[in-house]
Design a protein around this ligand. Structure first.
Ligand code: PEP
Ligand code: MN
Length: 339
């Protein structure tokens, strides 16, 4: 339910409504807008009539049901777009277009440092790199684990870039959060509900990738798992879905971007590397991402893709990443946005 307070409602009136909501066994999610306060009351529906009766409480303007299944990440409750603040100087939202780039896997200090310096000088703000790798085959490289996290932290020190890296299980959330600025949930884990709940209790932003066979509704409900546990800082990432097409690794669902922007207030980024699986398609799809209204990109870059431990065929060389940034900067300016 959405309880809209009147413009100018007092702190006492707001607190009274929050206390009432909680006394009915619901959780209260106040959103402090420029003009008025809106309070989301989330519960299982049994005390719906009690919540409805708050309409007559002092300072309350209206009480309305939230019709969509995703309550907190949807736009019914919160109209203003969410800005995910990664640090003092890195924000991801509709005003700030952010590029995250780096290797698929952290392989060695030399590989990571070379890539980090290259993407930094091209204008990326965030370094990506997997330390825990979700691989289809158990015989493939599984990542350097904590040693990889340490290298990422070292690269952050050396370059000033922020770090995003994947967390594979709820058991590793606090370890990864000790090193990373953003915790990535991979496509294969989008519905790992224990992991999502744990991330909801974490104070770091979460980059949530769309599952390879997930609908938009399932994707937003996974984001809802995180936000409903108390962490509002979720970035949605479209990374392609599985279709019958086999020339590409996945099929980039570009329409997911404007659709997610209609349905949700969370920032949306695109990963054209995993979406296509082909180096030659990454720049065209990066351009299309900006035009579709994405708030950022996640790009794989490797100094020597032929020898990459994972995802070489879709990784850009540093000079190709330079070109991507040059082109994307023009598109971002065309959309009147900052980068
Ligand atoms: C990755 O970002 O390296 C990755 C494994 O991506 P996805 O979960 O989208 O397959
Ligand atoms: Mn990869």
């Amino acid at each position: 339910m959405i309880i809209s307070m009147k413009a100018g409602a007092s702190k006492e009136q707001i607190n009274h409504v929050i206390e009432k909501i909680e006394s009915y066994g619901y959780t209260a999610h106040p959103i402090y807008g420029d003009e008025r306060v809106v309070i989301g009351a989330i519960g299982d529906g049994r005390m719906k009539d009690h919540i409805q009766s708050l309409e007559s409480a002092p300072g309350v303007d209206s009480v309305m049901p939230i019709l969509k299944p995703f309550k907190l990440v949807g736009r019914e409750l919160k109209k203003e777009r969410t800005c995910v603040r990664v640090s003092e100087d890195v924000e991801i939202d509709s005003a700030h277009f952010v590029v995250m780039a780096g290797p698929c896997s952290v392989e060695s200090r030399e590989q990571l440092m070379t890539t980090a310096h290259a993407v930094k000088s091209a204008g990326a703000r965030i370094l990506r790199g997997g330390a825990f790798k979700p691989r289809t085959s158990p015989y493939d490289f599984q990542g350097l684990e904590e040693e990889g996290l340490k290298l990422l932290a070292e690269a952050r020190e050396a370059t000033g870039l922020k770090v995003v890296t994947e967390v594979l299980s709820d058991a590793n959330v606090s370890l990864v959060a000790d090193y990373a600025d953003i915790l990535q949930v991979g496509a294969r884990n989008m519905q790992n509900f224990a992991l999502l709940k744990k991330l909801g209790k974490c104070d770091k932003p979460v980059l949530l990738k769309r599952g390879m066979s997930s609908t938009i509704k399932e994707f937003l409900l996974s984001a809802e798992y995180i936000v409903s546990q108390g962490n509002p800082n979720v970035i949605l990432c479209e990374r392609g879905i599985r279709t019958f097409e086999s020339y590409t690794r996945n099929t980039l669902d570009l329409s997911a971007v404007p659709l997610l922007n209609e349905l949700s207030h969370l920032p949306v980024i695109i990963d054209p590397s995993h979406a296509t699986g082909k180096r030659s398609l990454v720049i065209p799809m990066a351009k299309a991402s900006v035009a579709a209204g994405a708030d950022g990109l996640l790009i794989e870059v490797h100094p020597n893709p032929e020898e990459a431990f994972s995802d070489g065929p879709q990784s850009l060389l540093p000079e190709e990443f330079d070109e991507l940034m040059r082109v994307v900067r023009q598109y971002v300016a065309l959309e009147n946005r900052e980068m």
